[in-house]
Design a binder for this molecule. Sequence first.
Ligand SMILES: Cc1cc2nc3c(=O)[nH]c(=O)nc-3n(C[C@H](O)[C@H](O)[C@H](O)COP(=O)(O)O)c2cc1C
Length: 187
Amino acid sequence: MKHFILALAASFAISLSACSQSNKTKENNMEAKTLVAYFSATGTTAEVAKTLATAAGADLYEIQPEQPYTDADLDWTDKQSRSSVEMNDRDFRPAIKGKVEHLDSYGTVYIGFPIWWYTAPTIINTFIEQNYLKGKKIFLFATSGGSNVKKAEKELKSAYPELNIQGSKLLNHPTSEEIKKFAEEGK
Ligand SMILES: Cc1cc2nc3c(=O)[nH]c(=O)nc-3n(C[C@H](O)[C@H](O)[C@H](O)COP(=O)(O)O)c2cc1C
């Protein structure tokens, strides 16, 4: 009887381990999806994000501030406007409404934003710090009135050295070829 119980326990242990192996294999084989996450205060980056998501076959996620930005908030000529005050304090983290569902299922994440004061708005820091992105391929993209995205890339890489930020692209009035090429980079 004792032998029988031991044999039963051993076979149970073997089948459990086989089962967990097969789950692991399933996880490894499961094709990781792509996410295009973006913040857009006045709609320009949103349009680009939608086109990119379509080209990449990606899911789309809007990074929404808990308190939306009004026109007065966005007035960069006013030193007291919300965006000026926030961007003057690089440690400030504007709160985000909602969250990304099933973040684990994404292997590549594009993060898009408008350039504010030559860099990424601090809500992008909130997004990065609230979502576990380690191990994922990350690409940045931005729209602007002319400034490029390289300062934002440099600053985000230096703030989050543990992340795999592969590159960045300024997508001001992008052609469909440009979008297609950028979408291919994440594959
Ligand atoms: C607060 C603020 C700061 C900005 N700073 C810059 C800047 O430094 N360089 C630039 O080229 N454009 C700047 N812009 C313009 C935006 O980057 C540009 O209009 C962008 O396409 C807006 O994107 P959105 O419609 O997705 O918010 C700024 C806009 C705002 C509201």
